[in-house]
Design a binder for this molecule. Structure first.
Ligand SMILES: [Zn+2]
Ligand SMILES: [Zn+2]
Length: 307
């Protein structure tokens, strides 16, 4: 099962073919209006008790800047044609191979950097270097990050570039005029909206209780994936779970014995206030323990490129 986004009009034309529309909600577009304020609040809460409180405090400054920019410099773009041509070409509508990268995200990067100026000398030096980059240099670095060449960009620079890109793509994703349908094709665990990697997976509560979704590291959409299946190689066997406290912990790592990767899995039912990106940082001790068992993380945390 793979998830594809098709234009609303096309979905209506196909509505007699009900077999393609599953009962399970396949995709949740992000809601930037609540996402950043909720994340900033969650970071504040976690900072009080976390072993990584200094870093969470730094992240909170970035997220608060993202929330403010959403109000002062919102983006509104008509993406009707984008969805139609992506469907025709079988591509994720906001993937860089389909939707060319503009320079709009750069307007976000400078205020985000200004929000953490004087945190420490290393950060100041990164900010200084990035401010001296030309527009072309910044576009090249952003393109490298969006095409999975993470190692070619300094991780401290990546954090600022990605925070700006993410605010841009999150708004676009929230405005996509398309519906998600499932289709049979080769498995693909990248985001069906922007083709980026997930941060982690989350078991939903409420109407979708018990269903698992992957959370996108770039546009913050969430898409459905079955449980107990490796999200890196599709393996269904020998999946092992680790947690720090006990079996009922809200946060576990799901480890695949075949490809030796792992991804964190969060339970909203056990921790209704969680924010995947904030809680992923707060639970870094679990990553350290899982990595001691020779598993490598397959997710990307946008506020943690230096990990
Ligand atoms: Zn995405
Ligand atoms: Zn695997």
């Amino acid at each position: 099962m793979n998830i594809k986004i098709i234009p609303q009009a096309q979905l209506e034309k196909q509505s007699n073919k009900v077999s393609i529309i599953r009962q399970t909600p396949l995709l949740f577009y992000p809601n930037p209006q609540t996402l950043y304020s909720h994340r900033a609040k969650r970071l504040q809460t976690l900072t009080a008790t976390s072993p990584f409180s200094n870093y969470l405090d730094f992240c909170e400054k970035i997220v608060t800047a993202q929330a403010k920019l959403l109000e002062t410099k919102p983006i509104k773009i008509d993406l009707t044609d984008t969805v139609a041509s992506a469907t025709a070409n079988n591509l994720a509508p906001l993937s860089i191979s389909h939707y060319p990268l503009s320079t709009q995200w750069m307007d976000y990067m400078y205020p985000i950097m200004d929000a953490v100026i004087d945190v420490n000398d290393a950060i100041n030096s990164t900010i200084h270097d990035l401010k001296n980059n030309t527009q072309d240099e910044l576009l090249n670095k952003a393109t490298a990050l969006l095409t999975d060449q993470l190692a070619t960009v300094d991780s401290k620079e990546s954090l600022f570039i990605w925070s700006a890109l993410s605010l841009y793509y999150c708004q676009l994703a929230s405005q996509l005029p398309g519906k998600a349908v499932s289709q049979s094709s080769q498995q693909n665990w990248l985001c069906p909206v922007c083709a980026s990697s997930p941060v982690a997976s989350v078991i939903h509560m409420g109407d979708n209780i018990g269903l698992r979704y992957l959370h996108c590291s770039l546009c913050e959409s969430e898409w459905h994936v079955p449980r107990a299946q490796c999200t890196n190689c599709d393996n269904l066997e020998n999946i092992t779970y680790y947690s720090l406290d006990n079996e009922l912990s809200a946060i576990k790592t799901e480890c695949c014995e075949r490809c030796h990767s792992y991804l964190k899995i969060f339970s909203q039912e056990k921790e209704p206030h969680l924010d995947i990106i904030a809680d992923d940082i707060d639970s870094l001790l679990l990553d350290m323990e899982t990595e001691k068992q020779q598993f490598a993380k397959s997710g990307i945390n946008p506020l943690l490129f230096s990990a």
